[in-house]
Design a protein around this ligand. Structure first.
Ligand code: SAJ
Length: 406
């Protein structure tokens, strides 16, 4: 009978999972290496922004079912949900997984289930087992599985329960036992496979999205060249019953889609041609945007004999969130802060960031000479912009002046 669960890594995936399980009656030991995080959680509070998470954590802590520590402890199930970043050369870095696995080694017992939820290169679940063997543990009666997290930031608490899950064990028994556990709290379907397929499925999902966004981004650059409005083009093409083009943007950000495809490219040794090209197109889109804005600023400078004031509208990696991780909008804004223009950074979802002065959106559109929409935050929708201002849009953001003129 499963009673005790140890969740290693209390970030965007681990904390919601731990809180959900605790609310379902499991005794959860949350583990994080950051002492401050542990302290905040034990007060029933949260250290990240995610709708509804605060309520879940508060009731989990109040019930006594969720307690956070800096070290693992004895448990029936161990869930590892730590980050898997990549190194400078786009090679995945699984050091956090290895060190989390070593961290549970003293507490692992016969019959335990060890689940990897972190997005990982194919073969990582096997490496986890090998890591425990290297620590001198007999793993023959321990069950190892991968169950990739698939939740969308902003909708985590809903998707944790309602999404279908993929469970892949290193043995059939591990798959079945792990699937049974997820079925106890997931209302979506729990699909069974092996560990390597589960690992690849997660990478495939995010690469699929990256490739499709790259197609939209390529179309946006071609449309500019051909003098076509890309938004109208996509809207019209999507009226075909079997066409569904995504939205172009100023690049692809976040800690998942801009990262995970590289795990496939690295392992494929030259064979992941489309996936690699998509990553390059999406990264290039940000450089292309920088070039366009710089040229517009230089042109303004030539005409008016002074530096242009450029408002960068949005810094987050996607609309209506405060997350700046791998954000192309932030990258573009920082890049523009060179000597060719004066930048006004606008981000309604954050108060301050690393020495950057954040300007209110209404003030920014009044002060700026060039207004550059990078993220389509809801706050930007009703903005009144004077006719004299130059507007450049790298995201779905209707220029209301054009609408009025129609
Ligand atoms: N984007 C576009 N155009 C679009 C859609 C997205 O440019 O049409 C951009 C966004 O602006 C953003 C980036 O793509 O910069 C990623 O945003 P997203 O909303 O597509 O996805 P994430 O990174 O927030 O979450 C993804 C999800 N994966 C898929 O939809 C296949 C989520 O389900 C995963 O759990 C998550 O990655 C993860 O943790 O791997």
């Amino acid at each position: 009978m499963i009673e005790k669960i140890c969740v290693i890594g209390l970030g965007y995936i681990g904390l919601p999972t731990a809180a959900l399980l605790a609310n379902r009656g499991y005794k959860v030991r949350g583990v994080d290496v950051v002492e401050e995080t542990v302290k905040i959680i034990n007060q029933g509070k949260i250290h990240i922004v995610e709708p509804d998470l605060d309520t879940f954590v508060q009731s989990a802590v109040n019930s006594g079912n969720l307690v956070a520590y800096t070290e693992a402890g004895e448990s029936d199930i161990f869930i590892i949900a730590v980050p898997t970043p990549f190194k400078d050369n786009n090679v995945p870095n699984i050091d956090y997984i290895i060190s989390a696995t070593r961290g549970i080694a003293p507490y692992v017992r016969e019959g335990n289930i060890i689940i990897l939820e972190s997005t990982s290169p194919v073969g990582t679940t096997d490496i986890m087992e090998q890591t425990l063997k290297d620590e001198g543990i007999d793993t023959s009666k321990i069950y190892f599985s991968h169950c990739p997290e698939r939740v969308l930031p902003g909708k985590i608490m809903h998707e944790l329960v309602h999404n279908d899950r993929i469970v892949g064990g290193t043995t059939k028994e591990a798959t079945e036992l792990t699937a049974k556990f997820y079925e106890s709290f997931v209302s979506g379907e729990v699909l069974q496979t092996d560990a390597r397929t589960a690992e690849m499925a997660k990478l495939t999902e995010n690469s699929f999205r990256d490739v499709n966004i790259a197609f939209a981004n390529e179309l946006s650059m071609l449309s500019e060249k051909f003098g076509i409005d890309v938004w109208e083009l996509i809207e019209l093409s999507n009226r075909h019953p079997r066409v569904n083009i995504l939205q172009p943007g100023c690049g692809v950000g976040g800690h998942c889609i801009a990262v995970d495809p590289w795990f496939i490219v690295d392992a494929a040794k030259g064979d992941a041609k489309i996936i690699k090209a998509a990553r390059e197109v999406n990264d290039y889109k940000s450089e292309w945007a920088i070039e366009k804005v710089k040229n517009a600023a230089l042109e303004f400078g030539r005409k008016h004999g002074r530096k242009a004031r450029v408002a960068c509208m949005g810094l987050a990696f996607k609309p209506d969130i405060d997350d700046l991780r791998e954000s192309p909008a932030l990258y573009i804004t920082k890049n523009l802060m060179s000597d060719c223009c004066d930048v006004l950074a606008v981000e309604p979802n954050i108060k301050s960031y690393d020495g950057l002065e954040i300007v209110n959106c209404h003030d920014a559109v009044k002060i700026a000479d060039i207004i550059v929409f990078l993220v389509s935050h809801k706050e930007f929708l009703g903005l009144e912009i004077e006719d004299s201002k130059e507007v450049m849009s790298f995201c779905k953001m209707v220029d209301r002046r054009k609408e009025k003129r129609k």
